[in-house]
Design a protein around this ligand. Structure first.
Ligand SMILES: NC(=O)c1ccc[n+]([C@@H]2O[C@H](COP(=O)([O-])OP(=O)(O)OC[C@H]3O[C@@H](n4cnc5c(N)ncnc54)[C@H](O)[C@@H]3O)[C@@H](O)[C@H]2O)c1
Length: 339
């Protein structure tokens, strides 16, 4: 890849949680880069996440669907690096509406890959997830482990993941796939565990814990995820590879919940155990030594201080999440949790 610092990036899903952090960090790191965001602005997309960039001549926003070939082709044609964050991302919603996940996470990836093949794009990053390995009860999965997804979200992501790889294997395209563990940090949609529990606790509302709350996940600060993606983009010779990205912080839901309540000085009796999610994977665990060995990347945010800082961000930014939690969110929440 030629000079990344002057590259034209196309970031799909850039109005979402991780995509918006990636956009801000890219323009901070490379003052001469250009970033175009293509985002459908589903319920999860939020232009407030990009508000600071209004008027920045290096940045452009296009509202559109990655499944729309007519919108995608010219945008990919004008880009050097495509980073595909766009996805339906919430496992709970996938259980009720698998079709939109297959559409965006598989078919949308196909439309982007086809456009990149035609345009001979210099680099294509497919943002996959550690959930593609399915439930891991033994040793942490490395990149050679079988993909055994067990819900429509992770299965759709596995489809996009392998489709992206197939464009490398079949057409020699410069595709890299990344599989990160659970992200936390500012600006995450409050349907997800950490922001839901922080914002509920701030309002002294119950925290709905699925089942026993003993399910285990690895947690990584969103800024560490983004710095890993940049380490990958800046390293030559990685085409065709998949990389796990981990924080090496394995925590149960109850441990996360306790950390949030302690940071806010709220009592444990806010916890409500609710009916478990169907097919709830008990544990995800990934081995990211390949990434650390091949790029030298390591995370910079220790979990305890990262979580505390995140909790404080939601406390200080009530305006941001109150808007998101109003209206249709309340209907979804009541129907889903029965609280
Ligand atoms: N959040 C995590 O912990 C995590 C972990 C590993 C991987 N990932 C992956 O990272 C990516 C980003 O996740 P996130 O948590 O930021 O998600 P998010 O739900 O916050 O954001 C998704 C964004 O994609 C946009 N989008 C959805 N469908 C689209 C379409 N058809 N066309 C264009 N835009 C569309 C939405 O409007 C939204 O802005 C996803 O691919 C997800 O699978 C997330």
């Amino acid at each position: 890849m030629a000079d990344v610092s002057r590259a034209r990036f196309l970031v799909t899903g850039g109005a979402g949680f991780i995509g918006s952090h990636f956009v801000h960090d890219t323009l901070r790191r490379y003052p001469e880069a250009r970033v175009t965001v293509l985002d459908k602005l589903t319920y999860a997309g939020n232009l407030d996440n990009l508000a600071e960039l209004k008027g920045d001549s290096r940045f452009a926003f296009v509202r559109g669907d990655i499944c729309d070939r007519e919108i995608v082709r010219p945008l990919v044609g004008e880009s050097d690096i495509v980073v595909n964050f766009a996805a339906e991302t919430h496992v709970d919603r996938a259980i009720g509406d698998p079709g939109s996940f297959v559409q965006t996470d598989v078919y949308g990836a196909y439309i982007l890959l086809e456009a990149a093949r035609e345009a001979k794009t210099s680099r294509f990053l497919q943002i996959s997830t550690d959930e593609v390995y399915g439930e891991i009860l033994g040793d942490a999965a490395n990149e050679e482990a079988p993909l055994l997804p067990r819900n429509p979200y992770s299965a759709s992501k596995a489809g996009g993941d392998r489709l992206a790889y197939s464009y490398h294997a079949t057409y020699g395209m410069p595709v890299i796939v990344t599989r990160c563990s659970n992200n936390y940090g500012p600006r995450q949609h409050p349907e997800k565990l950490v922001p839901l529990f922080v914002t509920n606790a701030l309002d002294d509302a119950p925290l709905p814990v699925y089942g026993t709350g003993t399910n285990l996940r690895d947690w990584i600060h969103v800024r560490d995820h983004v710095s890993a993606l940049h380490a990958i983009i800046e390293t030559d010779g990685l085409d065709g590879h998949a990389f796990n990205i981990a924080g090496r912080n394995e925590k149960s839901v109850l441990e996360i919940t306790g950390g949030i309540l302690d940071a806010l000085g709220k009592p444990r009796d806010l916890v409500r155990h609710v009916k478990d999610r169907p097919g709830h994977d008990r544990r995800y665990a990934i081995d990211d030594s390949k990434l650390r060995r091949m790029t030298g990347w390591k995370p910079a945010h220790p979990f305890e201080s990262g979580l505390r800082e995140t909790v404080l961000w939601y406390r200080e930014n009530r305006d941001w999440w109150e808007k998101v939690k109003s209206g249709v969110f309340q209907d979804y929440y009541r129907k889903h949790y029965g609280l």
